[in-house]
Design a protein around this ligand. Structure first.
Ligand code: PRP
Length: 176
């Protein structure tokens, strides 16, 4: 569908840098003395996580979790499971989940529920992008970078069919 598509820029690398810096300021204020555990959801969050934590100048720890959803085409089919779990106990920890995009909300709702059961001291969500037009379940995003339109968004970690993750800008694909 998008195999011939040319990525067009939605947010430039400079805009991303400025926005990630603003998020880092807010997160630093809230987590300065908490030694938080930042949990990135693979694969999409890897670039955002790498840039964000370089701007956080206080003690923190990093974890990644990998989820899969079956029968998904362009969006989650709703059957989500953990394929690579945490190696760090989170009970009593201040946990901040780092996500690249909240679309229908199914993935993050599943994950927050999964993590909440492990009794963290606090659990918040930081998302680089939000596509509210496609939401199926309400989601509270505590720290949000960009709101994106209902287009297929790629780049800066986000993929289409595993491609375009390496683009330094946040782009969208148009099928032509
Ligand atoms: C993407 C994205 C979110 C999820 C959002 O992950 O990283 O985790 O979809 O969609 P939802 O709100 O509709 O559930 P994907 O399964 O494409 O994996 P990836 O991170 O490896 O690209």
């Amino acid at each position: 569908m998008y195999s011939e598509a040319k990525p067009r820029i939605l947010f430039t690398r400079q805009e991303i840098e400025a926005t990630v810096s603003q998020l880092a300021v807010r997160i630093s204020k809230d987590y300065q003395d908490k030694n938080p555990l930042l949990i990135g959801i693979l694969k999409g969050s890897f670039m955002f996580m790498a840039d964000l934590i370089r701007l956080l100048n206080f003690p923190l720890e990093v974890e990644f979790i990998r989820l899969s959803s079956y029968g998904r085409g362009r969006a989650s089919a709703g059957k989500i499971k953990v394929v690579q779990g945490l190696r760090t106990p989170i009970k009593g920890r201040d946990v901040l989940v780092i996500e690249d995009i909240v679309d229908t909300g199914l993935t993050i709702t599943f994950l927050l529920d999964y993590l909440q059961k492990k009794q963290p001291a606090s659990l918040k969500l930081c998302a680089l992008t939000d596509k509210p037009s496609r939401r199926k379940i309400p989601v509270t995003i505590d720290y949000l970078g960009f709101t994106v339109p209902d287009k297929f968004v790629v780049g800066y970690g986000l993929d289409w069919d595993e491609k375009f993750r390496n683009l330094p800008d946040i782009c969208y694909l148009e099928d032509e």
